[in-house]
Design a binder for this molecule. Structure first.
Ligand code: ADP
Ligand code: MG
Length: 228
């Protein structure tokens, strides 16, 4: 069986004055399909860089990136864009919803952008909204939704392309503890039901469960994996 994602000895360097800063330093990790992995660490430790590499937004300075067993390290920009559209879902700290669109339309937009707004995709959108508990607000615009609802709409939208890899950056930082726990529970459930490999960057260890695998980064280096 292949992993959803493998990072092999990945380093990322950025120029910094006369020298370089190592945003990631020799990081190796594997994410199984259906595995939920939390990544934590202080500000500047490389968490967002890790997601950018995993999401093919940033090429590593060295090391290899494998998606579903395929080496995608050297992919061109347009190939990376295709791979992202076909296989990867992103959830950001702020869901970046479009103010003029209803929850349902936010999801339909994904299908429209990939040229496939079929009845089947509309059904998929409705089903996903149901699965994140938003069926009652499917016709509301973001301004009429709570923060937690907006974040869940962002999660549903990230699932429209049936991703193999789900990358989530600090999804709970704008939510209170209880809403945060709900969002993490939802992501864990999605991971199991849809079989995504899921990486969730979070500062908020209190929203995690005892069973969750936690990877700690410090100065771009991975610390030994432990449990929350
Ligand atoms: P985190 O998400 O854990 O706060 P980042 O991955 O954003 O950390 O950043 C890791 C390190 O890399 C930091 O020292 C940051 O300043 C540096 N860095 C990140 N992105 C860039 C960039 N585009 N150019 C220069 N330095 C960067
Ligand atoms: Mg960050």
């Amino acid at each position: 069986m292949t992993y959803a994602l493998e990072l092999e000895r990945v380093s990322v360097e950025f120029p910094d004055g006369d020298g370089v800063v190592k945003a990631l330093d020799d990081v190796s990790m594997t994410i199984d399909r259906g595995a939920f992995v939390a990544v934590t660490g202080p500000s500047g430790s490389g968490k967002s860089t890790l997601l950018a590499v995993a999401g093919l937004l940033l090429r590593p300075t060295s090391g290899r990136v494998m998606l579903a067993g395929q080496d995608v390290t050297g992919s061109s920009r347009s190939r990376s864009t295709d791979l992202r559209r076909e296989r990867i879902g992103f959830v950001f700290q702020q869901p970046h919803l479009i103010g003029s669109l209803t929850a349902m339309e936010q999801l339909e937009m994904v299908a429209r952008l990939s040229g496939d707004l079929s009845a089947q995709m509309r059904e998929r959108a409705m089903h996903l909204l149901e699965s994140v508990g938003l069926e009652a607000v499917a016709n509301r615009r973001p301004a009429a939704m709570s923060g937690g609802q907006r974040q869940r709409a962002g999660i549903a939208r990230a699932l429209m392309n049936d991703p193999q890899l789900l990358l989530v950056d600090e999804p709970t930082s704008a939510l209170d503890h209880e809403r945060g726990v709900e969002v993490i529970d939802l992501l864990r459930g999605i991971t199991k039901d849809q079989g995504t490999g899921t990486i969730v960057v979070t500062h908020d260890l209190a929203t995690l469960g005892e069973q969750d695998e936690v990877v700690r980064l410090a100065d771009g280096r991975m610390q030994e994996p432990v449990f929350a």
